[in-house]
Design a protein around this ligand. Structure first.
Ligand code: SF4
Length: 316
């Protein structure tokens, strides 16, 4: 199976089954899909035969010699097993679907409440269209028990403390981490805890605990102060940038710039979001992920079809 696309002046071909990625010239790019179809329909992998078949099928602006040369290259990649590679999983996929599944990860909504009022919040400022509520230790404990009981013989289990804002229920987070650790040895399990936070309540005590217990931390910030504060204000309207940046910098440095990432969302308000990525890098962050907003089309900040060319250019 072939997947091909052009980006930043490169012709890129992915041979899905072998996992090989090729950067090719225009003629090879144009011929690869045609040859794939011919081979599927039973054509022999002979460059002379294929050259004729290609010429018969499509009016290409290349000379016969150029086509033959490109076909030699294509067939050499095929012979190496890195182009048109067979799907070796096809005959097993039926059994794979029938396998007994296990639970290996939980995302715990530890707080349906939040101290920010982000405009794009899918959690409706943490409330998820319900009432404000914090998860009790008892409920979290049952969730961890459920995970262990349904994880089969899988050793490594993942639990993400998510919200709303999980630090609004910090005591229960700590209690659940301790409870999870107590389950490890008797059940032959290993918990990998992660935390997603907006940073407002981050302090030294939280950082110390996080560095001891959390395998990864996701720190929410959208980029430049203007970008962040427009979409991630407090309920009273004041921005969050100034208070969270120094704390995020401190936490990232204390983790040697590893096992964390700053996570931003871009919207129609900042179609030049590469500037926000660059700004986060200028702040010293080495692990950065900035992703498109998910929003109802009627929202003024929702991305639209007509924005795509600009957005693709930003990705490049
Ligand atoms: S910090 Fe997260 S949960 Fe809170 S309002 Fe912003 S997006 Fe929603």
């Amino acid at each position: 199976m072939i997947h091909q696309y052009k980006s930043n002046g490169y012709n890129i071909v992915l041979d899905v089954n072998s996992g090989a990625v090729h950067v090719v010239d225009d003629i090879v790019y144009d011929l690869i899909k045609i040859v794939e179809e011919l081979l599927k329909n039973g054509a022999p992998d002979d460059s002379g035969y294929l050259a004729q078949a290609v010429a018969d099928r499509k009016a290409l602006s290349y000379t016969k010699e150029e086509i033959e040369e490109a076909l030699e290259e294509i067939l050499a990649l095929k012979a190496e097993g890195i182009l048109y590679a067979p799907d070796i999983y096809e005959k097993y996929i039926g059994d794979f679907k029938k396998r007994e599944t296990v639970v290996k990860a939980l995302c715990l909504h530890i707080a349906h409440d939040c101290n920010l009022a982000c405009k794009y919040c899918f959690a409706e400022e943490g409330e998820y269209h319900g009432r404000r509520a914090l998860m009790s230790f008892e409920t979290g404990k049952k969730a961890l028990d459920f995970l262990v009981a349904n994880s089969g013989n899988r050793v490594n289990l993942e639990v993400d403390f998510f919200g709303g804002e999980p630090l609004m229920n910090w005591k229960v987070v700590k209690e659940l981490v301790a409870y999870g650790r107590s389950l490890e040895e008797p059940n032959h399990k290993k918990f990998r805890f992660t935390l997603t936070t907006n940073g407002v309540l981050l302090n030294d005590e939280v950082m110390e605990f996080v560095n001891k217990e959390m395998s990864n931390v996701v720190l929410s910030i959208d980029g430049r102060k203007s970008t962040n504060d427009r979409m991630r204000p407090h309920r009273g309207g004041q921005g969050s940038y100034d208070e969270i940046v120094p704390k995020f910098q401190k936490l990232a440095a204390s983790r040697d710039q590893m096992n964390y990432y700053v996570r931003g969302t871009f919207t129609r308000n900042n179609p030049d979001f590469s500037e926000d990525v660059a700004h986060l890098a200028d702040l010293g962050f080495e692990q950065i992920s900035v992703e498109p907003v998910v929003a109802k089309p009627e929202e003024e900040y929702a991305l639209r079809e007509e924005d795509l060319d600009k957005l693709f250019a930003e990705y490049d």
